[in-house]
Design a protein around this ligand. Structure first.
Ligand code: ADP
Length: 299
């Protein structure tokens, strides 16, 4: 049963709005109605005489607009990047084809043009597949097919694949894995994509005779998977951005090594979808370490 307070103890706070407060609310509402979704104003403001609650409301509106302006800037940058990324291979395709048609080339030379064109077409295909994957993930349209997954088996398999990829550059790929089997509740194909991507990068950004190490460390209810390399490394200032779509430290190189700049964005999305985290540490000229932490099934 509730306790009844004597009437005299009840204090009713009635806060009456002053005329200048009402004016401020009208002014705020007019400004909000006039906002153009494409051109956000720098800041909304109301008269300094408006009461504190109204000032708080204006500050919240301004924070919301700053977030929205950042989203808009990112979306525009993304659209510009996609256009650029697709236009470059198309320009190359067009230029090479026109030249081949104009000049009297022999069969061997024409074959070279076709091979080069095929490379550009493959690049565009990968790019579009990656973009489609990311946009579907944004819309929450890619459900994970999570099932019990023995992590050691997956990593051993990927270790073998990485060794094959690394033979051309004589890079040694080492695996440090505990005997004890580590079980995850995860999507096999997606996690495979994460580690293959990190391993491909580690090999791609490491020069001949280098070393790549894969290390699995179980903790109480998580597991850490670290992929380290003795490669080119990165300056501190890039580390925050490399998981952004299309961000590349050295933009000119990637046309030749087949990168799309979307790999790490996809990796980050998959790791987060598994309630995991990903971090990177790196030293320019010495190498990088990407560490993924995932929850594991503990019996
Ligand atoms: P890309 O297709 O260009 O490799 P990613 O999204 O996989 O795109 O990586 C983004 C950028 O991060 C790369 O262009 C590269 O500059 C940098 N990077 C990724 N992994 C490494 C690594 N192991 N060592 C050095 N730089 C790396």
């Amino acid at each position: 049963m509730g306790v009844l307070l004597p009437l005299s103890d009840l204090r009713i706070m009635h806060h009456k709005l002053q005329d200048h407060d009402l004016d401020a609310i009208r002014q705020l509402s007019r400004s909000i109605n006039n906002i153009d979704a494409e051109i956000l104003p720098e800041k909304l403001s109301v008269t300094a005489a408006a009461n504190q609650e109204i000032q708080i409301l204006v500050a919240s509106c301004n924070k919301l607009m700053t977030r929205r302006a950042n989203d808009l800037r990112r979306a525009r940058q993304f659209a510009a990047d996609v256009t650029h990324e697709l236009r470059t291979p198309l320009t190359i395709l067009r230029g090479e084809t026109e030249l081949a048609l104009r000049s009297g080339r022999n069969v061997e030379q024409l074959r070279e043009v076709l091979e080069s064109n095929l490379e550009e077409i493959s690049r565009m295909t990968y790019l579009i597949e990656d973009l489609l994957l990311l946009s579907k993930s944004d819309l929450g349209e890619i459900p994970l097919k999570a099932e019990p997954l023995p992590l050691n088996d997956l990593i051993e398999e990927l270790h073998h694949q990485a060794q094959l990829l690394a033979t051309d550059k004589n890079i040694e790929v080492k695996l440090l894995c505990p005997q004890q089997q580590i079980l995850l509740h995860a999507d096999n194909l997606r996690l495979r994509q994460v580690f293959l991507n990190l391993l491909t990068n580690a090999i791609k950004y490491t020069s001949e005779d280098g070393t790549v190490v894969i290390e699995l460390t179980p903790h109480a209810d998580t597991v850490a998977i670290a992929i380290s390399d003795t490669g080119i490394g990165m300056e501190e200032k890039h580390l925050r951005m490399i998981f952004d779509r299309f961000y590349r430290v050295n933009k000119t190189n990637n046309r030749y090594d087949g990168g799309t700049g979307l790999g790490l964005a996809i990796v980050k999305w998959i790791v987060h979808a598994h309630q995991g985290t990903i971090n990177v540490t790196s030293t320019l000229g010495q190498g990088s370490t990407f560490s993924v932490i995932l929850p594991r099934i503990v019996d």
